[in-house]
Ligand binder design. Structure first.
Ligand code: ATP
Ligand code: MG
Length: 394
């Protein structure tokens, strides 16, 4: 394990220990190293209080000092250093109303969400601390709450989503008692801010394979809270949406478009989860184009018009979504040959050097006004559009 840890991370641990403090790598990075994966970020837990950490290192960002967290910047690496904590009572279902700093690493591990995350590693002595049986759970592929699962979900409802994310991440299962509590308490996710839900959802949606996580979201009741539009009137059954989502590549806009492929107004749904406007519109556009895919025999002329509205740059997304939706049973099987041939026409249209909008005609507005003696106005635009449609039809 030692060999893979970046030098600046080791340096932070060493400096803290040299000053007489305790310091361990904790949480996700230990879990990932045990699985032989490269951790994305490095968390250090220490007995030193934030003020002391801030004095020890020249470049420090006070990320969440009231919760004990500062980010140490060292040799291009950002390392989160958090003081050992005991959490006070949770009143709002989101975060503790008070935190107390402590000197006991074990107490710090016990406040963590799941046993596979309640691990600490001392890289200088090559010593692992595992007070909750996290290593065994990791080997067995089990996400198990630390302590009483219902209590832990009641404290912080974001853990409901995190459980599903980690089960997907380790390719495992949620331990039965944890799963029962999760399903029973799923409506508490409503206490969590949409931004935080979205962040977890994004990580889930980019998992590969994503299907087990999607199924757990649906079975637990969380999916209905996150994307209520999936449970309103849709173009196809939920199962088709889940399958479509799982069949496209792990790229956020594709996964979202697959998931919301049957929804009437995906843009509102995404905006209410605080997705950025441009991403929401992009997904909305893909879903709308997917829904418009002609279901009867169509020719190259129709493909040109469709491509113009779709936008050439969106063709790879659309083709993959269409294939996924077909694979998921989202089209009437009788329509498959027509859609297949239409998609071929689309590919062919994309290869042509055709004007994809009136702006691309050789004849521009000035030519028209000069030739027809017209004054500038909406009529010029209308004429250019008409001419362009003629060109599309050869
Ligand atoms: P990743 O970085 O892969 O998303 P992670 O396990 O590192 O996963 P983080 O959100 O970075 O997750 O949190 C770091 C550690 O902090 C976790 O491993 C866990 O021990 C603890 N933790 C984070 N969020 C919570 C929470 N909501 N409740 C309890 N413990 C938490
Ligand atoms: Mg992390």
């Amino acid at each position: 394990m030692f060999r893979k840890i970046p030098a600046p991370v080791l340096e932070v641990v060493k400096r803290l220990k040299d000053e007489g403090h305790q310091a361990y790598l904790v949480g996700g990075c230990v879990r990932d190293m045990l699985r032989g994966l490269e951790p994305e970020d490095w968390d250090v837990a220490t007995s030193a209080v934030p003020e002391v950490v801030q004095e020890l290192f020249p470049r420090v960002i006070p990320t969440g000092v009231q919760f004990g967290t500062v980010t140490v910047l060292l040799a291009g690496e950002g390392i989160e250093v958090t003081t050992f904590r005991r959490d006070g009572v949770y009143r709002d279902g989101r975060r503790p109303s008070t935190v107390t700093f402590g000197t006991d690493v074990e107490a710090d591990l016990l406040r963590r969400d799941f046993t596979i995350n309640a691990l600490a590693y001392d890289p200088l002595e090559d010593r692992l601390l595992d007070p909750t049986g996290g290593i065994a759970d990791l080997k067995a592929g089990l996400v198990r709450a630390v302590g009483n699962p219902a209590v832990r979900f009641q404290e912080d409802a974001l853990r409901l989503l995190r459980a599903i994310r980690f089960a997907g991440q380790i390719g495992g299962e949620i331990e039965p008692a944890t799963w029962t509590a999760l399903c029973r308490l799923s409506s508490r996710l409503k206490l969590i801010a949409p931004e935080r839900i979205r962040q977890e959802m994004d990580k889930i949606l980019l998992q590969e394979p994503v299907r087990p996580s999607l199924d757990r979201l649906a079975a637990s009741g969380l999916l209905e809270i996150i994307f209520p539009a999936l449970y309103e009137e849709t173009r196809h059954p939920l199962m088709v949406s889940l399958k479509t989502c799982a069949l496209v590549a792990p790229v956020l806009h594709r996964r979202l478009a697959g998931l919301l492929s049957g929804v009437a107004d995906p843009v509102s749904q995404l905006l209410s989860l605080r997705y950025p406007k441009d991403l929401s519109r992009r997904v909305g556009h893909l879903v709308a184009c997917l829904a418009r895919l002609p279901r009867e025999g169509t020719d190259l002329v129709a493909a040109r018009g469709y491509l113009a509205r779709l936008g050439r740059e969106n063709l790879p997304d659309l083709l993959q979504l269409a294939e996924a939706l077909a694979g998921a049973g989202g089209f009437d099987p009788g329509a498959h040959p027509a859609i297949k041939s239409f998609l071929e026409s689309l590919n062919q249209a994309a290869k042509e050097d055709y004007p994809l909008s009136p702006d691309q005609l050789a004849l521009d507005g000035r030519d028209l006004m000069a030739q027809l003696g017209l004054a500038p106005g909406p009529l010029v635009g209308k004429l250019r559009r008409l001419l362009w449609e003629e060109v599309l039809q050869d």
